[in-house]
Design a protein around this ligand. Structure first.
Ligand code: ATP
Ligand code: MG
Length: 285
């Protein structure tokens, strides 16, 4: 039972430790406490939905992780190492990629040009062939439904644009991918496509943080749901067992924290039981 003095990489990355851990993160803007003592864990191959009402602090937390805001307090541990994320470039270098809600695509440029914007592949001059091959590879890996890589982004649907933005974030080979409201502007079929895409990311071993207001999307794709309320943690739920009502109660505060914690504890013990014993004890009233 004594801990190994030299834990293996596999142990560190597996059940023993998440890929990314935030502890005690606080951030104020003047008198507004946007985040207070927030914790969050994300493992490789895990989709964590970050949910909460307007103003709950979701975007602020993402901005702390993507090097836009520096936290006033707290620690960020990435691959078992305490790190700081002073700039967006630092986030990228660590392997944390963010797809912001506005996607930041250029309408008039085509899919390949958007993918490689700002990081064009060059030998002596722009290597169009290599970029096109890489673009096709990447989109194929994601099973992306893009009609043609030569069309301008202006001609793509919302879901296809989201796909291009996600594909672009993958070029730096990130370990963590953060998606801010990836399905907010999408129709039913496009939403399904993007949710499939998120599943591809999980299969490929990325840790995914997805901000969403849509509980159906969250329950369809997330493994874990982390609730923020008024800038604080208000429960971590197993997405497979938590009901929509439980999540909404935690988001709005209607269920009171005791209930939320109890639900979370039950979800966690069920998850532990399922992980430890294969597949038993799923139904205890
Ligand atoms: N740059 C800023 N300056 C001042 N206050 C800010 C700033 N950014 C966020 N806030 C405040 O911090 C709080 C949390 O905002 P945040 O944008 O993180 O919420 P959110 O959960 O992303 O909400 P939404 O669902 O509406 O996007 C809010 O009260 C907001 O007004
Ligand atoms: Mg926001």
């Amino acid at each position: 039972m004594s801990p190994s003095p030299t834990p293996t990489r596999a142990a560190a990355a597996g059940a023993a430790g998440p890929l990314l851990s935030l502890r005690g993160i606080s951030k104020s803007f003047g008198a507004v406490a946007a985040l207070t003592d927030v914790s969050l864990d994300v493992s490789a191959g895990e989709v964590v939905a970050l949910v909460g009402d307007n103003g709950a602090g979701k975007s602020t937390l993402v901005k702390v992780l993507s090097g836009v805001h520096r936290p006033d307090a707290g620690t960020i541990t990435f691959e078992s190492r305490e790190v700081t994320v002073p700039t967006p470039a630092a986030a990228q270098q660590l392997g944390i990629a963010t797809v912001f809600q506005d996607l930041a695509l250029c309408e008039n440029l085509n899919v390949i040009e958007n993918l490689f914007l700002g990081r064009e592949l060059r030998a002596l001059r722009l290597d169009d062939v290599r970029m096109e091959v890489r673009a096709r590879e990447l989109l194929a890996q994601l099973s992306a439904k893009i009609p043609a890589v030569e069309v301008p982004v202006a001609a793509l649907s919302g879901g296809q644009r989201q796909t291009v933005a996600i594909a672009r974030s993958l070029l730096g080979d990130p370990k963590i991918i953060i998606l801010d409201e990836p399905t907010a502007a999408l129709g039913v079929a496009q939403t399904a496509e993007v949710l499939n895409l998120i599943e591809r990311l999980r299969e490929r071993g990325h840790g995914v943080i997805m901000i969403s207001h849509n509980m159906a999307d969250v329950q369809a794709v997330a493994d874990t749901v982390a609730v923020l309320r008024l800038g604080r943690n208000n429960g971590v739920f197993d997405a497979r067992t938590a009901s929509g009502e439980e999540l909404v109660a935690a988001i709005t505060g209607a269920g009171d924290n005791v209930v939320a914690r109890r639900t979370a504890a039950r979800a966690a013990s069920r998850a532990a039981a399922a992980a430890g014993t294969g597949d038993e004890g799923t139904d205890d009233e």
